[in-house]
Write a protein that binds this ligand. Structure first.
Ligand code: PRX
Length: 670
């Protein structure tokens, strides 16, 4: 990765309320008459366990892995390898199966326990799926995959809406040892094609259509378009969400119901070695090419289960509701693997927070008596803007823990969540983590760690953090320091590689600061040792918690036949956190005064990546700020858009410093 933009680390204090008190653990959580006793119920207890996890990780995680997971063959060695060589391995000789851990053991204990509450797009269509039923469905689909020739080590692409079959799909792959590669169903056909090709997926699991916020999504049509150029795909299995009449390609496409109907209701799980791959999930980085981040079975599952237990303080009987999409890591870990590994009831939400009204979340909480609720700051900000009346009058008394993830939460949004949703009686956990970390790495524990609005607080067990000087790479010791956030030792759920490109894994995460895992985020450790995440220091933009690479969007724009060059930056946005501004130079002879062209360029990005990557603003410009050696200075564009043109820094290195005045005028007039 290029470290050229590391100067970006924002040193300004994040909190706009520096006088904000520290929020103690809400008294209600520690009152046995009102709540189950938190597993970790004091700061001292956290500190003591944290110390153990760092000083003797083998004992700490060996015990946790025995307590939380079921093994078909026990492990003897807890950990091996590390960050120096990128040869990380945990629970080496052990064997287990993730679907057994997430389904069978709970179905055997109580087949009638509810595993999934499916809250469909239309509020009156929710449905419960028991563990017994989940085991039957997972077995049938696993059998269908096998019958279509999928075996251990193959990759299966999943492009599905938020329906129970999507959860079944992940678990069925895990059952037979196939790696799933879920592609978020908001991605376009082209983006899906690239991900299917990169992973050489042999089979695609999808649906006829999707429903979201009252709208219909043409899921199968997108798959058909994508598969025009995917020779590795032999089979497509199509689930019926709406029953629409969609084209089926003979010899390739089969109905889910038919395929599963032929299979037995029980299929034994494939024993997997701890380090056998569980899944690939694509994420964006500094280059235009998305990375297939790979997680392995035991370490990932342990991270997922341990954080649901300790960070969400999950107790038997709780109803766990993570509002993410299964297409992102948050959905993988906190809708599927984490809650189900613990035998929890997990809520699968197909809709959006404002459909049919902005009370949807709160109706869902009241209806299902949700105890843990997890969403992104962007949703909180959007709902806060719409007014308190939408949250008032709903019975939210079942809630104990409110989580946020995906981007820094501004104190105003934190306060609203804490006061209006939590009524001051719930813990707010601002959880920092990434696709690559598998599970939370910096986060409060609800019963133990006092919080500060906007801070992810302290490291989870086994996570030894370092704040590094971005330029020298030296560790910044003590408190009141700002730099880039890194981790000093491997932990169980860290990604093991980038699919088919271990070199890229090493170069992105382990080589920038040798001996450390580099998160790509800037961070401050404040006077109390609390961590404040400052946002990405590489060329990654975070829009509504979606991680996008500037290079990916630029290359989408350049594919348009009028575009000569493009530069994309992230600008601040009150609702989405960041939004995308694109500066586009057109080819000679193309008129740059057309508003239609602006729209067309936005459409171009939607088509190549997906609607969520659409630029909010497109500026058609004559030239971009570049150094004499041709390097694009995005920093200057960022400053101009932020209205900080008076502090552009040294622009004398630009090939044509005059371009700056033109750009300032362009942005001001747009
Ligand atoms: O910049 C950080 C931001 O999201 C990035 C990871 O994105 P992704 O891999 O898509 O995973 C998102 C869900 C885990 C991080 O590098 N991020 C995530 N959580 C937080 C956050 N930034 C600030 N505070 C958080 N709690």
């Amino acid at each position: 990765m290029t470290l050229n933009s590391l100067q970006k680390v924002n040193k300004a204090p994040m909190s706009e309320h520096p006088e904000d008190p520290i929020y103690p653990v809400p008294a209600r959580l520690l009152d046995p008459a009102q709540c189950p006793k938190p597993y970790i119920s004091s700061l001292e207890q956290y500190q003591q366990l944290y110390r153990q996890s760092i000083d003797d990780p083998s004992t700490f995680f060996g015990k946790l892995a025995t307590e939380l997971l079921s093994w078909s063959k026990p492990f003897h060695t807890v950990k091996h390898g590390g960050l120096d060589h990128g040869d990380i391995a945990w629970f080496l000789e052990g064997q287990l199966n993730a679907s057994y851990n997430c389904v069978d053991r709970h179905a055997l204990a109580d087949p009638n326990k509810i595993a999934i509450i499916y809250e469909a797009d239309e509020p009156n269509q929710s449905e419960n799926i028991t563990y017994g039923e989940l085991l039957r469905q997972v077995s049938q689909l696993a059998g269908a995959l096998r019958a279509r020739g999928i075996k251990k080590g193959d990759t299966v692409a999943i492009y599905m809406p938020m329906i129970p079959e999507a959860v079944v799909a992940l678990l069925a792959c895990a059952r037979i040892g196939a790696m799933h590669s879920v592609v978020f169903a908001g991605f376009s056909a082209e983006a899906l094609r690239d991900r299917v090709q990169d992973a050489s997926s042999r089979l695609v699991l999808t649906s006829d259509q999707g429903k979201r916020g009252g709208k219909t999504i043409e899921t199968k049509k997108i798959v058909d378009e994508a598969l025009k150029n995917c020779p590795s795909v032999e089979t497509v299995i199509v689930c019926q969400r709406t029953g629409a009449d969609v084209p089926m390609k003979a010899g390739r496409d089969y109905w889910w119901g038919d395929e599963c109907g032929k299979r037995t209701n029980y299929l034994s799980p494939e024993p997997m070695h701890s380090e056998d791959p569980l899944f690939i999930l694509y994420t964006s980085g500094s280059t235009g090419q998305p990375k297939g981040v790979m997680h392995t079975t035991a370490g990932y599952l342990l991270g997922a289960a341990a954080t649901v237990k300790y960070v969400f303080d999950y107790h038997p009987g709780d109803i766990f509701a993570c509002m993410a999409d299964v297409g992102w890591i948050t959905g993988h870990t906190y809708i599927v693997y984490g809650p189900l590994a613990l035998g929890a009831t997990t809520v699968l939400f197909e809709s959006i927070p404002t459909y049919p009204t902005p009370s949807r979340y709160w109706e869902l909480v009241a209806k299902h008596k949700v105890t843990q609720f997890y969403t992104a700051p962007t949703a909180i900000r959007a709902l806060r803007r719409l007014g308190d009346e939408w949250v008032e009058g709903h019975d939210l008394s079942s809630l104990r823990v409110l989580g946020t993830v995906g981007e820094p939460i501004n104190p105003e949004a934190w306060h609203w969540y804490y006061d209006k949703v939590g009524k001051g009686r719930c813990a707010v956990v601002d959880t920092f983590w990434q696709t690559e970390t598998g599970s939370h790495i910096v986060t409060p524990l609800p019963g133990a760690i006092p919080t500060k609005p906007g801070s992810a607080t302290l490291p989870f067990f086994g996570i030894e953090l370092a704040v590094l000087d971005p330029v020298s790479g030296k560790e910044l010791e003590g408190n009141n320091v700002t730099g880039v956030l890194a981790v000093k030792k491997a932990w169980p759920s860290i990604a093991r590689t980038v699919y088919n490109n271990h070199q890229r894994y090493l170069e992105t995460y382990l080589k920038p600061y040798p001996g450390y895992y580099f998160t790509g985020d800037g961070a401050t450790r404040d006077k109390d040792g609390y961590i404040w995440i400052r946002g990405r220091v590489d060329d990654v933009i975070n829009v509504s918690g979606h991680r996008l690479s500037t290079a990916e969007i630029e290359s989408a724009l350049i594919m348009h036949n009028t575009v000569a060059e493009a530069a994309v930056i992230g600008a601040n946005d009150d609702v989405t956190g960041q939004c995308i501004h694109a500066f586009v130079c057109l080819k000679p002879g193309v008129s740059c005064h057309s508003t239609d062209l602006n729209k067309e360029l936005v459409l171009q990005v939607r088509k190549v990546i997906g609607p969520f990557a659409a630029p909010k603003k497109v500026y058609l410009v004559e030239d971009l700020p570049k150094t004499r050696s041709g390097k694009l200075m995005r920093r200057i564009l960022r400053k101009i858009v932020a209205g900080e043109s008076d502090s552009l820094g040294d622009i004398s290195t630009l090939a044509d410093p005059a371009v700056v005045a033109t750009l300032i005028a362009k942005v001001a007039n747009s």
